[in-house]
Ligand binder design. Sequence first.
Ligand code: ZN
Ligand code: FE
Length: 256
Amino acid sequence: MAQPEIHQFPCLKDNYGVLVHDPDRNVTLSIDAPDADAVGHALAERGWRLTHILATHHHADHTAGIPALKAETQCKIIGPKAEAARIPGLDLVIAEPDALMLGGLAIAVIDTPGHTIGHVAYWIPEAKVAFVGDTLFAMGCGRVLEGTAEMMWASLEKLARLPPDTAIYCGHEYTVSNGKFGVTIEPENTRLAERLAEAEAARAAGQPTLPTRIDLELETNVFLRADREDVRAHVGLPVAPTWKVFANLRERKNRF
Ligand code: ZN
Ligand code: FE
């Protein structure tokens, strides 16, 4: 398999759009479609023709661009079975353990419910890259809006078990806010403090802080570190099931 070319670009207020291009087969995927104009502009810039949109979940800031892009390009729309009624124009519904072969790209579907009930992530093992929507963020995670905290924790654990060198593309630029919260939970984690400073510098320079990587998240994302003794001690839950520690952290972040 040729390695895909990946183009990430900001859209809407703090979303990212991502295009994945297989140069050998002339296949181009858009991961979500926050905004048809921004996606269209990114495609035109590269001279790529859109063939598929892969939706992670039904929220408008991930799907609003679908109808216009589909009308313009006749691309195929792929999205989670459990949200089929809430995503416009779906041509194919998927769920774990489905695998997609689009051009030369072998893509595994991972169910990651919690933020929404049918949220999915898309993983291209050969390219060492995963697109996780609003489940995992750099130093953070999505809000638990439709599922339970236990469900969200299980989803995050699945992503945490991807190979450590997997690049992670996320739906939003929330890194600085996540890092500021993280250092209140793990004040002794020097890697986390360093990373927050790096993220602040990147944002001040107008640069994205994404993609991230699984190994970096394991070191600096307090949500993925809910099972650590010091994190448990910090929230006063030394022996609770890990998902309850996670739930406590998520509540704190909501109020942060
Ligand atoms: Zn969302
Ligand atoms: Fe979102």
